[in-house]
Design a protein around this ligand. Structure first.
Ligand code: ZN
Length: 262
């Protein structure tokens, strides 16, 4: 039997029509939107509490090119929340473990594992060619490097953070007039003010809420659906079961995206 002609960029195959049927039936997505998801490329930095649900939902959604960056290995203490990993994969690189989980869920999407730390040296090349980037890292330095690289390349950055029973999420598109990460955090916080996950603790399912919100916002950015979180910080408080939004603005003196920026 002759192989089926490759579908045109705005068409999807019969098998894809079934796999993504619940997307295609949505007027706001349809076959055209699904084809856009299949053609999209997303970089996920961090394969931890946020990156796990994020990658799984993006893979399930058929985001065709997924790149995951993490230089850590799977540890028993991760499994309380980092649901892309398994007990059998303890000790193996997280990037590869997350890739395997995403590929098992949807073998159609191309998932590439980068077992490296995001640095000033490699950030630009990792971000290049991406439609959206998602930040699931746990440290200030990486967040700044990633935000700067995305601002320069004009790639939307969906950024989330977690602590204890709370999380926050926003989207940065500073070239459209909104803030970047440096506008919000011009200086690194003092070390003793940022307790790491192991000290502060985190309710595992809260990572799921924020990672899933991130996946939703990434898909919205790819498709241009609804309202962007650009210019808005959304807080989630699990104990109060409440969401709160605050407006965030560009810092005119921001070295990355302000008036004085190069
Ligand atoms: Zn800025």
């Amino acid at each position: 039997m002759a192989p089926r002609a490759k579908p045109a960029p705005d068409e999807i195959s019969d098998a894809q029509l079934l796999r993504y049927a619940r997307h295609v039936v949505l007027d706001e997505i349809g076959e055209e939107g699904q084809a856009r998801l299949l053609a999209a490329r997303v970089l996920v930095v961090g394969a931890g509490g946020l990156g796990s649900p994020l990658l799984l939902y993006l893979a399930a959604a058929g985001v065709g090119g997924l790149h995951v960056v993490d230089d850590d290995t799977v540890d028993l203490t991760n499994l309380q929340r980092q649901i892309a990993h398994t007990t059998a994969r303890i000790g193996t690189p997280k990037a590869a473990s997350a890739r395997d989980a995403a590929s098992a869920l949807n073998p159609e999407v191309h998932v590439e594992a980068h077992a490296v730390r995001l640095t000033e040296e490699n950030a630009a090349s990792l971000v290049a060619g991406c439609d959206v980037v998602a930040d699931g890292t746990d440290n200030f330095a990486a967040r700044v490097v990633l935000s700067d690289a995305c601002a320069t390349a004009r790639v939307p950055l969906v950024s989330a953070a977690l602590q204890r029973f709370e999380g926050q999420i926003t989207t940065f598109r500073p070239w459209l007039g909104g803030p970047c990460y440096r506008c919000l955090f011009p200086e690194p916080p003092p070390e003793d003010l940022i307790p790491r996950c192991e000290e502060a603790g985190i309710l595992g399912a809260v990572a799921g809420v924020l990672g899933t919100l991130q996946a939703t916002e990434v898909i919205k950015e790819i498709l241009g659906l609804g309202e962007s979180l650009d210019g808005t910080l959304l807080f989630y408080d699990a104990l109060a079961t409440s969401f709160r939004r605050i407006a965030i603005r560009k810092n005119p003196a921001c070295p990355t995206c302000g008036k004085t920026a190069r």
